[in-house]
Design a binder for this molecule. Structure first.
Ligand code: FAD
Length: 367
């Protein structure tokens, strides 16, 4: 019988999980596993490409409104649009190169084994990895770090329709902006991507079950003012639910519970994100989850299973990159120094929304 390969540390997820490992781990055997592009959501599908596109949208808005500030911009500012394919290619040219470089760096390392594949527990600190070539690898570890993030939530009414839809994972890479984009959801991801696609020339309709755009942690006054501004620029349908999605690819009709309809060429689903904990078979490893699906951790980022830590969107109540980064630094320290572990404090996390206007907040709201 061949022995199951054993690692001192196994990291699932190469987003913030990748940052746990630096050369202070070089005397150990480390494995990093990822089923998608190296670098995770922030680099490939989230913060970085969205903020690069948003910067271009901001420049477009500044040019288009330059006349208000006595700046004479030529030629006709009404035609100012993002040059989409060229912009998209520049943005993903940068992020894809970073991702490829990150993966090759790990593959070249003499103390890291990089598995490009999906990992699931088969027992306590025992995993099966299905790699992209179809092979299965069973491995064991002294310590496991769960940094496997989250994914967009797709409401059943959309999934069951069989019609095409985009999420934040896909919409930034589309070939051309649609003439009419329906955005399902009213949180910060919906607002930011609506800002980008609007600057790219799409007519935007936002459909949200809430009465106001942007949820906590934005202050009530800010939510109300932002909702008012968005309603002046876009068709905004609030306090309504999508009951049916009909039509055909490129000619969709959203049916709302107030009897209204929205015709759109493309649908962006931005109705929130959920933890990927449900795709790890955590029950086999004795790892508890909250009712929301997030992995339960203590202030040291320890799960309920001995030797297993979790960080970032898979476990945190505040799914933002700087939180995942902080947790990754805490886990890196706690792996090396179990006798003097550090803690994470999420009581005061700053956040920002990169729309027009930009908003930032930290600490308690007036409410
Ligand atoms: C559009 C968008 C914009 C955003 N903008 C901002 C922003 O401006 N500021 C901010 O702070 N945050 C922002 N975020 C949130 C931020 O991206 C996340 O909080 C952060 O990336 C989470 O990092 P993570 O390491 O926990 O997970 P991820 O970066 O998602 O990494 C998880 C990795 O695990 C892999 N994986 C999952 N399951 C398995 C498995 N079973 N086996 C193997 N691999 C697996 C995945 O492929 C992925 O690469 C944004 C998110 C989105 C979607």
């Amino acid at each position: 019988m061949t022995a199951v390969p054993h690692h001192d540390v196994v990291i699932i997820g190469s987003g913030s999980g990748n940052a746990v490992i630096d050369d202070s781990f070089s005397h150990l055997s480390v494995a990093i596993i990822d089923q998608r592009r190296t670098g995770g959501t922030c680099l490939n599908y989230g913060c970085i490409p969205s903020k690069m596109l948003i910067f271009a949208a901001d420049v477009r808005d500044a040019v288009a409104t330059a006349g208000r500030y006595q700046v004479d911009v030529q030629p006709d500012v009404d035609c100012t649009r993002l040059l989409w394919p060229a912009l998209r290619d520049r943005v993903f040219g940068v992020t894809d190169a970073h991702s490829d470089e990150g993966r090759h760096g790990r593959e070249r390392s003499d103390y890291v084994t990089y598995y490009a594949g999906h990992a699931e527990f088969t027992g306590p600190r025992r995993l099966r990895v299905r790699t992209e070539d179809g092979a299965e690898h069973d491995i064991t570890a002294d310590k496991v770090v769960l940094a496997n993030g989250g994914r967009p939530v797709i409401p059943d009414v959309v999934a069951d329709s069989g019609l095409p839809y985009e999420t934040s994972d896909t919409i930034m890479r589309i070939d051309a902006p649609p003439r009419r984009l329906a955005v399902l959801g009213g949180g910060y991801i919906a607002a930011e991507l609506a800002h980008v696609l609007s600057a790219a020339g799409s007519e935007i309709t936002i459909v949200s079950t809430s009465e106001e755009l942007l949820g906590a942690p934005q202050d009530g006054d800010i939510r109300a003012t932002f909702t008012e501004l968005m309603a002046k620029r876009h068709d905004v349908r609030l306090g309504v639910e999508l009951t049916e999605l009909t039509g055909e690819p490129g000619r969709l009709v959203l049916h709302l519970d107030d009897g209204g309809t929205v015709a759109a060429d493309m649908l962006l689903v931005a109705t929130g994100r959920t933890s990927n904990a449900d795709r790890l078979n955590v029950a086999a490893a004795g790892i508890d989850t909250h009712d929301s699906g997030r992995i339960r951790v203590d202030e040291f980022c320890r799960t309920t299973a001995d030797g297993v830590f979790a960080l970032g969107d898979v476990s945190t109540a505040v799914p933002l990159k700087h939180v995942a980064n902080r947790e990754s630094a805490v886990v890196a320290h706690n792996l090396r120094h179990p006798d003097r572990m550090r803690t994470v404090d999420l009581s005061t996390v700053p956040s920002a929304v990169f729309t027009n206007p930009q908003m930032a907040s930290v600490g308690l709201t007036e409410e």
